[in-house]
Design a binder for this molecule. Structure first.
Ligand code: DX5
Ligand code: ZN
Length: 216
C-alpha cells in the first residue's frame, strides 16, 4: 500500500502543531516539507528554523524537499534541523555537485532522494539511481500547491519504476503535485509508492478521511 506524505505547504501556518498532530494521528507515514528559495522556483516558503520547530513536535519521518539552487550548501543544515529524508533537484547544480550533495547526506546517515521537474527525462537518473533511497517525480511545475496533476508524467513514472526494479528495488518512488483521490490511483498504477498531497489533505477538514481516501 502506498505511503502518504502530507505537504505542510497547505497547512495552517498559525496552527502547524495541531495540523501535524492530526495527520500523524491519521496514520500518514511521512511529513513533506517544501523548501523554496525564490530562484530555483518562483516562490519562497520555509527554511531551517521551521524544520527544527516541526522536529520538536512530531516523530513522523520528515521528508524535506529542497527546491533551491546548489543544494549541497544546505543539506547538512537541514539534517541538523531534523530531516530524515533529504530530496533535492537534479536540475539544481552540476553533476559533480549533485554527487557531492548525495555523498554528504549519506555520510551523515540520512536517506537521500533526487527530484525531477516535469520536463526532465528519466535518463538523467542513470548515474545516480543505484545510490538513491528515493526518486521524486514532480507532477506539476514546482513552486506552488493546488495545481493540476500532469497526466503526461505517468509514462516517466513507469519508466523510473522499471529502472528501480532492475537497479535498486529498495528505492522509493514518490510523486508530488496535484495528488487527490482521483489522481492517486493513476500514480500508484504507474509505480509510485509514496504520495505527496498538500491541498487534498490539509485543505480538507477531516484529515483522517482525507488520508484514507488517498490510499483508495
Ligand atoms: C510544489 C510542492 C508540493 C506541493 C503540493 O512545488 O513541491 O509539495 O505542496 O501541493 P498539492 O498537493 O496541493 O499539489
Ligand atoms: Zn514537494
Amino acid at each position: 500500500m502506498a505511503k502518504i506524505a502530507p505537504s505542510v505547504l497547505a497547512a495552517d501556518f498559525t496552527a502547524l502543531g495541531k495540523d501535524i498532530a492530526e495527520v500523524e494521528a491519521a496514520g500518514a507515514e511521512y511529513l513533506h516539507l517544501d523548501v523554496m528559495d525564490g530562484v530555483f522556483v518562483p516562490n519562497i516558503s520555509v527554511g531551517v528554523p521551521v524544520v527544527s520547530a516541526i522536529r520538536k513536535v512530531t516523530d513522523m519521518v520528515l521528508d524535506v524537499h529542497l527546491m533551491i539552487i546548489k543544494p549541497v550548501r544546505y543539506v547538512e543544515d537541514f539534517i541538523q534541523a531534523g530531516a530524515d529524508i533529504v530530496v533535492f533537484h537534479v536540475e539544481a547544480d552540476e553533476l559533480q555537485n549533485i554527487q557531492a550533495a548525495i555523498d554528504k547526506v549519506k555520510g551523515l546517515g540520512k536517506r537521500v532522494g533526487l527530484s525531477l521537474k516535469p520536463k526532465t527525462s528519466a535518463a538523467v537518473l542513470r548515474p545516480y539511481i543505484a545510490q538513491l533511497d528515493m526518486v521524486l517525480v514532480m507532477t506539476v511545475e514546482p513552486g506552488f500547491g493546488g495545481q493540476k496533476f500532469m497526466v503526461d508524467q505517468l509514462d516517466k513514472i513507469r519508466e523510473i519504476r522499471a529502472m528501480i526494479e532492475v537497479q535498486n528495488p529498495a528505492c522509493e518512488l514518490e510523486v508530488d503535485g496535484g495528488i487527490d483521490p482521483t489522481t492517486a490511483p493513476l500514480a500508484v498504477e504507474a509505480g509510485a509508492n509514496v504520495l505527496v498531497a498538500g491541498s487534498a489533505v490539509f485543505g480538507v477538514k477531516d484529515r483522517r478521511a482525507a488520508v484514507l481516501a488517498l490510499r483508495g
